[in-house]
Design a protein around this ligand. Structure first.
Ligand SMILES: Nc1nc2c(c(=O)[nH]1)N[C@H]1C(S)=C(S)[C@@H](COP(=O)(O)OP(=O)(O)OC[C@H]3O[C@@H](n4cnc5c(=O)[nH]c(N)nc54)[C@H](O)[C@@H]3O)O[C@H]1N2
Ligand SMILES: Nc1nc2c(c(=O)[nH]1)N[C@H]1C(S)=C(S)[C@@H](COP(=O)(O)OP(=O)(O)OC[C@H]3O[C@@H](n4cnc5c(=O)[nH]c(N)nc54)[C@H](O)[C@@H]3O)O[C@H]1N2
Ligand code: SF4
Ligand SMILES: [Mo]
Length: 700
């Protein structure tokens, strides 16, 4: 029977576009944009068109697998679900009996849908405080800075006119991060024609159309931001009434930026001083102005302070909680996040986590680097088992080789996956998972943007693959108490939505459920910080072991040297999600090779030419990728695409990622002070030709 089902795209990035999927007799026959998509207004990208291939791919995992050879030898036996669940339960219970529940970690990468919150529920009810993920390099630097500085995570308000847009370390037209589909920003630019300022070492689509592009030297964003604040304060461009009434620590901030006159700041960031001053004036005077930020500021030691400095810029203009500025969104009125994840079951979680006392208060996801230390050195206590889903740590975490070796040290590792990844290849047990279009899911529950999207199922998953919501409910029933879980995931979704007076079927009809956005809420209630004001200097900084106002603290080892003359950074591919989808033909056709972007001057100095294979090396390791010589990246910077591996080599082979993974070049040895963040940006590196046959293209 032919029909068309309306749903939302969900797993090729953070998701958000409305899709119309044609189905004939249980098979996908067409995928189109939904012109009524509430966030996408008819937008779709090529990734979503690959969803059919993702669903039908012959290499999808279809049966649970148990390891039969040595760990990582690539030998498996197919088993049924009963045996698979029994083995998982036995593996985790043995560890809990011997070392305690905290010795089992629950790991996920970028949250994709409801599964992330079911995972936290499973950890809490199992009794383990250790939910592990790369949030120390993704979103939490911004969110934690927001919580501590102004009491919320400030998001750009695209629903109202704005007078200036500052895009800082975000490549929104390629990444649509957190469901902020690029058309929202592009429509705003079209409607208001505000000045656009872009801070990025690459000339992104947005940088190309910007009034001012500041091609910042990687790792110096904080110096640049302090320089802009200096100008805003010195020239008295700030909103004095707001600052006087609603901020705390203005004098301390002023002192902190005193040394960051435009010459010095522009020198550190290596941008033209006039451009810095113009940008500071444009944004400083804008009422309202908005900041769209991204991973560009999150992946170095200064991330927390950089995010705080950008929030200070928002506050100085009085643009926090202002329409067209940066605002606080509230969750729609469904079951509260804390209740859904059963935080009540583990009230001491914050004190019991591996990362307790090593990160800012409120950061409840364990940084991977600290998890690895616990596995390798039992520091602060032994961790012996892990359940991993929707994550590929071997590629995602700093120091790929170390991650690969560390995971092999576990007594028991279970991985739920759609495809055999280099991480799944190390498991004792692999659970085949359904993915988007194959199960009913909710998008954006628990995230900060204040909406929920229905992602109703379109087709059945292949073979015995099962939705993660089913897998987690089954594990939960067996590992914890029956009555904490649902025997029917449909009922779970209905229960979650019940406080809003909706069933899942109702939401699927509606598509989106929005929460309230708070404008000027502080006028009545103040800000949710210890002083009730925006804390330009943190009132509890002492307790956190941090400087009250953002402080520029350049890491000594981030300076280029004779041996490593260039600076390495990275960016996400437009065609893939991190390390995902590398086996699909459609994106492979558009982007067949792992790439490093290099400026023509730098290429000349390094003796490499466009299109050839090159070696990129840091103190931590070396990879072999193809060079694209382009003035889309600032001189002196090597920008490598994150997430490359080669499924065709065999996921269990070290070579499947050692030649291409950006994280072979990174290290987890030194971590930032606030969020235990490894440095993934601004790493001294060298570049040289690496002639020879390319065996790296295609799916090999
Ligand atoms: N197509 C696609 N979409 C994705 C993803 C994907 O892999 N592919 N990943 C998803 C995920 S998990 C996330 S978190 C979001 C991330 O979304 P973004 O934040 O947009 O992603 P990135 O490409 O990591 O980084 C943004 C920009 O930072 C720049 N940058 C690099 N170094 C520096 C620096 O030192 N300073 C500054 N200011 N900028 C720098 C890069 O050139 C890049 O343009 O995207 C999501 N969407
Ligand atoms: N050097 C460097 N490192 C980085 C980054 C960077 O920019 N530079 N970015 C960081 C960021 S922002 C993030 S979020 C992390 C990403 O970290 P991860 O989320 O761990 O990375 P992915 O590579 O997206 O791996 C996701 C895995 O989930 C699987 N998967 C996809 N859909 C499903 C599903 O429906 N069910 C199940 N069970 N599995 C599924 C895919 O097959 C894939 O193997 O990487 C971080 N690491
Ligand atoms: S932009 Fe993201 S949500 Fe939209 S179609 Fe592409 S992958 Fe899906
Ligand atoms: Mo991310």
């Amino acid at each position: 029977m032919k029909r068309t089902i309306g749903t939302h795209c969900g797993r090729m990035d953070h998701g958000g576009c409305g899709l119309l999927v044609d189905v004939d007799d249980g098979r996908i026959t067409g995928i189109r944009p939904d012109p009524a998509g509430p966030l996408s207004h008819g937008h779709i990208c090529p990734k979503a068109l690959a969803l059919k291939e993702l669903h039908e791919h012959p290499d999808r995992l279809k049966r649970p697998l148990v390891r039969v050879g040595d760990r990582g030898s690539g030998q498996w036996r197919e088993i049924g679900w009963d045996e698979a669940l029994d083995r998982a339960v036995d593996g985790f219970n043995r560890i809990r009996d011997r070392y305690g529940a905290r010795a089992v970690a629950f790991c996920q990468g970028a949250p994709k849908g409801l599964e992330h919150f079911l995972l936290i529920r499973l950890a809490n009810t199992f009794g383990s405080p250790n939910v592990v993920g790369p949030q120390n390099v993704c979103h939490m630097p911004r969110e934690m800075a927001g919580i501590h500085t102004c009491g919320f995570y400030p998001i750009a308000d695209y629903d109202h006119p704005t007078a200036a847009v500052l895009v800082w370390g975000s490549n929104l037209t390629a990444t649509n991060e957190e469901g902020v589909i690029n058309v929202r920003l592009l429509d705003r630019l079209k409607a208001d024609d505000p000045p656009l300022i872009v801070v990025d070492p690459r000339k992104t689509d947005l940088a190309r159309r910007a009034h001012i592009w500041l091609p910042v030297r990687p790792g110096t964003d904080l110096a640049l931001a302090l320089g802009m604040i200096h100008v805003v304060i010195r020239e008295e461009l700030f909103d004095r009434a707001f600052v006087d009434t609603y901020t705390h620590g203005f004098d301390e901030l002023s002192r902190a930026v005193a040394d960051f006159g435009p010459e010095r700041a522009a020198g550190l960031a290596d941008v033209p001083v006039d451009d810095l001053v113009r940008a500071a004036r444009l944004f400083g005077k804008a009422r309202p102005g908005m900041i769209q930020w991204g991973n560009g500021i999150e992946q170095d030691d200064n991330n927390f302070d950089t995010a705080r400095a950008l929030i200070a810029l928002m506050a100085l203009g009085g643009n926090l909680e202002a329409p067209g500025g940066n605002v606080a969104a509230s969750a729609p009125p469904v079951v509260r996040l804390g209740d859904f994840v059963r935080g009540d079951r583990l009230p001491d979680r914050a004190k019991a986590m591996i990362s307790a006392g090593r990160v800012v208060p409120g950061f409840v996801v364990v940084p991977p680097e600290l998890f690895k230390k616990a596995v390798k050195e039992s520091d602060p206590y032994p961790v012996r088992g892990a359940y991993v889903h929707v994550s590929n740590p071997v590629l995602a975490w700093s120091d790929s080789r170390d991650t690969w070796e560390t995971l092999q040290k576990l007594d028991f590792l279970a991985v739920a996956e759609t495809f055999l990844s280099p991480t799944a290849a190390l498991a004792d047990l692999v659970l085949p998972a359904a993915t988007q279009l194959e199960c009913d899911d909710l998008g954006h529950f628990g995230l900060a943007h204040g909406f929920l999207l229905a992602r109703p199922k379109v087709v059945d998953p292949p073979g015995d693959a099962r939705p993660l919501s089913w897998i987690l409910n089954q594990l939960g029933r067996r590992l914890t108490s029956h009555d904490l879980w649902w025997d029917n995931e449909g009922r779970m979704l209905d229960d979650l939505l019940a406080p809003a007076g909706l069933t899942y079927a109702n939401l699927a009809q509606k598509g989106i459920l929005r929460g309230r956005v708070r404008y000027h809420g502080y006028r009545d209630k103040g800000f949710k910080t210890p002083t009730g004001k925006v804390e330009l200097a943190l009132s509890k900084a002492d307790k956190m072991g941090l400087a009250p106002a953002p402080r520029w603290n350049p890491p000594a080892d981030a300076a280029p040297s004779d041996a490593f003359p260039w600076l390495l950074t990275g960016h996400k591919s437009r065609n893939y999600f991190c390390s995902d989808h590398r086996w699909l033909e459609a994106p492979r056709k558009r982007e067949p090779d792992p790439l490093v972007l290099v400026h023509p001057h730098t290429a000349l100095q390094a003796g490499v030419t466009d299109g050839e294979w090159v070696r990129v090396e840091t103190e931590s390791g070396g990879i072999r990728v193809k060079v694209r010589v382009t003035d889309d990246v600032r001189p002196g910077v090597l920008s490598v695409v994150h997430g490359w591996w080669r499924p065709g080599i065999g996921a269990h082979q070290l070579e499947s990622f050692m030649e291409t993974s950006l994280n072979v070049l990174t290290s987890g040895d030194r971590l930032g002070p606030a969020l235990a963040t490894p440095r993934l940006r601004a790493i001294p590196a060298r570049l040289s030709p690496s002639p020879g046959e390319s065996d790296q293209g295609g799916n090999r």
